[in-house]
Design a protein. Structure first.
Length: 156
């Protein structure tokens, strides 16, 4: 008897139910758009501890940072992942010494801490490869990346 009543109610009120469901969906979309207004959606790839796979992480970064979008992204990338079992690219404490673009080439200088294999950080060449992958996925205008650690050039 109860099921029949429910079916009858749904048949009689199709329009009202669709209207309420549409309103709820519109509300969720509006909240999402307002909460991310003034931000850029950026993708980060980090290695997972105990696995050979990398995991994607989405962050919403300020649209107009003081240091510029690219340098801000590199700063965030060096800080490391926020997800469980995520491995930082470089040793914790690595700092960005320089970052600039010239003729579609990105020049990045990292502090000497980047070469240390401390904690859960990646092996240097894996870190460099993942670092470059992240930059190229997020900034298509960058054609080449020249990486320096403590002033020393790191080849591919």
């Amino acid at each position: 008897m109860k099921i029949e009543n429910c079916v009858q109610f749904l048949q009689k009120n199709k329009f009202k139910i669709a209207l309420v469901a549409g309103g709820i969906i519109a509300l969720f979309v509006a909240v999402h758009l307002v909460s991310h207004h003034g931000t850029d959606r950026r993708v980060f790839y980090y290695a997972v501890s105990g696995s050979s796979k990398s995991q994607k992480e989405i962050r919403y970064l300020t649209k107009n940072p003081v240091q510029g979008k690219l340098e801000y992204y590199v700063d965030e990338l060096i800080l490391g992942p926020t997800f469980y079992r995520g491995r930082p690219l470089f040793t914790v404490g690595t700092k960005l010494d320089s970052c600039f673009v010239q003729d579609s080439v990105l020049y990045v200088g990292l502090s000497e801490d980047a070469v240390l294999q401390d904690g859960d950080s990646l092996e240097l060449m894996q870190a460099v490869a993942l670092f470059k992958k992240n930059i190229k996925k997020n900034f298509s205008r960058i054609k080449k990346i020249e990486l320096f650690i403590d002033g020393n050039y790191i080849p591919d």
